[in-house]
Ligand binder design. Structure first.
Ligand code: ZN
Length: 568
């Protein structure tokens, strides 16, 4: 008995002594120190605002389907060590992997705070890049959502803001628009209230005044694409800042401000959660992650490292540590953490992809990198970045069919990668003697060329392909081609003997085959058994083999090249 008590004491800490409940639905994972009914209320608030945004999609479609991590505290005291800013009653932030909402306010403003933070999340997931005033103004605008059955309203003015807006004079607009994370306007109590209410006031008019509302989306897009707030306002609404300012004063002198009413809402998705006591690892991991992503998160980094040591099978802490040091541009340490996560069977395709990329940069070879990309694609078959990287690798490794299937399966090729992807596809087709397709893709590559070197590469390949296409073979007098040393992997297939000439054919992954001249008396053969000496001319027993060879200098040569080394 004594021993058990002693063991409990060693792991207890003030926080761990709390009772943590976890609520899980497909959309949310909530960890809460509140009692169960209060935690369920938090979930319901989140489900309401989530359904509202799903129905309205005011910022475009959201593609992220991972559950949102929510940590809710039963008191401000419990919340304070995790708060990013001391004044806030809660906040939203995201790591590379997850979105987090922290709920620290349990007072009457809790609902507004949850809706405010949720708006930040939706804006981020929609990929909008907004200045702080606009982000906060929108979050406050949508912090007033009320849903009653199939009807929702948004925009009912909070009393506090109306007082500030009606009593205080506005800040100069240039000052408001220029507020950034370091501004005193955004950190000192009294200024803060002023900043929020003015931002909210302008958004309220832009969203709900009938002369401004129709072009709000256009304004939002313009700002997100980089136009300054002032320029975008003037350009989209064709009004000077002075006119907009006087419109706003008149707007707030109205007896009654407009409110948006949305009818025909589908009932919110109140999926019942799975309720459980939060597992030690889950809660410790969530809290350590929050601390680690705070601006000065050394305490969190330490906690993550401790968790990693305590739970040597869990990839999560190593994944977060990897992302955190990568953010500080420490690639070597990031690679070590990611490799540890992969060894712990990380199922995160981004981790697998980034591990491969970092290993490639550190000089790793095909055999090490390709399996990581393949695993990433097995988990996320539509991951275009992994398709591209693996496709280029397969081509370099002479796996033309595999390369083609990967590259042609990309749903979008980023502009910057088009030239390389198309040229590689053209080369694959050309190597498979499909000259018509080779020509199509080399032309696409030429259209995507971004500099003279690329244009030249495309032009010279086009010439070769068109010549090959017309003649099927190439005259011996053709210009001499430079020889390259490269390698191929495959299974042994046949050995053809013609006098002193020996031709070896390998079956390559994906169904193609390649023939090599292995007649060179200086041929190096490395193998643990005596397979090579037992070869007779004719069909061979299939065995894995890597051939290092020199590509032919004579374009008329029918083999892939002269073998230098056979590695069994
Ligand atoms: Zn905010």
């Amino acid at each position: 008995m004594h021993r058990i008590i002693g063991l409990l004491l060693t792991v207890s800490s003030p926080l761990f002594a709390q009772h943590w409940t976890s609520l899980k639905t497909p959309h949310f994972e909530i960890y809460s120190t509140k009692d169960q009914p209060a935690a369920l209320e938090d979930l319901q608030e989140l489900q309401t605002i989530n359904s509202f945004f799903e129905a309205l999609q005011p910022f475009g479609k959201i593609s992220d389907t991972k559950p949102i991590q929510v940590i809710s505290f039963r008191s401000k005291n419990e919340y304070t060590p995790y708060a990013f800013r001391s004044e806030s009653g809660g906040y939203y932030f995201h790591t590379e992997k997850n979105d987090y909402i922290l709920i620290g306010d349990t007072g009457p403003r809790e609902r507004a705070m949850v809706q405010h933070e949720f708006t930040h999340l939706v804006v981020t997931q929609a990929g909008l890049t907004l200045p702080i005033w606009l982000n906060e103004g929108l979050a406050d605008f949508y912090s007033t959502v009320e849903v009653n059955g199939t009807q929702a309203t948004v925009g009912r003015p909070p009393n506090l803001y109306m007082e500030t807006v009606r009593n205080a004079r506005f800040l100069p607009w240039d000052t408001l628009f220029a507020v950034d994370a370091g501004s005193s306007m955004y950190s000192v109590g009294e200024n803060l209230a002023h900043f929020y209410s003015q931002s909210w006031a302008l958004i309220h008019m832009l969203k709900l005044d009938e002369s401004y509302a129709p072009r709000f989306q256009q304004f939002l897009t313009a700002v997100s694409e980089g136009q300054s707030s002032k320029e975008a306002l003037q350009a989209v609404y064709h009004k000077s800042m002075a006119q907009i300012d006087s419109d706003l004063s008149a707007y707030f002198k109205k007896r009654k401000l407009p409110v948006a009413v949305i009818d025909g809402m589908r009932p919110a998705d109140y999926s019942a959660p799975i309720i459980a006591e939060a597992a030690d690892f889950d809660i410790q991991f969530a809290l350590a992650t929050v601390l680690a992503w705070k601006a000065n998160g050394s305490e969190g980094l330490e906690k993550l490292a401790n968790l990693s040591a305590r739970y040597p099978d869990r990839p999560g802490p190593e994944e977060e540590l990897g992302w955190l040091v990568l953010r500080q541009k420490n690639k070597e340490e990031a690679r070590r953490h990611f490799e540890a996560a992969v060894q712990r069977h990380s199922k995160d395709p981004e981790i697998l992809f980034n591990t491969a990329e970092l290993e490639k940069e550190a000089g790793a070879k095909y055999a090490q990198i390709a399996p990581l990309f393949r695993q990433a694609l097995a988990i996320e078959p539509n991951m275009d970045s992994a398709r591209l990287e693996l496709g280029l690798l397969e081509y370099q490794n002479l796996q033309y069919k595999a390369a083609l299937s990967l590259l042609s399966g990309m749903s979008t090729i980023p502009d910057d990668d088009k030239f390389e992807a198309y040229l590689t596809m053209a080369q694959c087709y050309s190597n498979l003697d499909d000259f018509a397709n080779a020509e199509t893709y080399v032309k696409k590559a030429a259209q995507s060329a971004r500099n003279d070197d690329q244009k030249e590469d495309a032009a010279s390949l086009l010439e070769t392909v068109q010549r090959d296409k017309e003649s099927g073979s190439v005259p011996a007098s053709a210009a001499k081609v430079e020889s390259k040393i490269t390698n191929a992997r495959g299974m042994t297939k046949t050995l053809q003997c013609e006098g002193t000439k020996k031709l070896l054919t390998l079956a390559i992954d994906g169904g193609a085959s390649m023939t090599f001249d292995i007649s060179d008396p200086d041929l190096v053969v490395r193998h643990p058994s005596d397979t090579y000496s037992r070869w007779a001319c004719g069909p061979l027993k299939p065995e894995p083999l890597t051939i290092v060879y020199a590509t032919p200098t004579n374009p008329a040569e029918k083999t892939a090249g002269k073998a230098i080394e056979l590695v069994f």
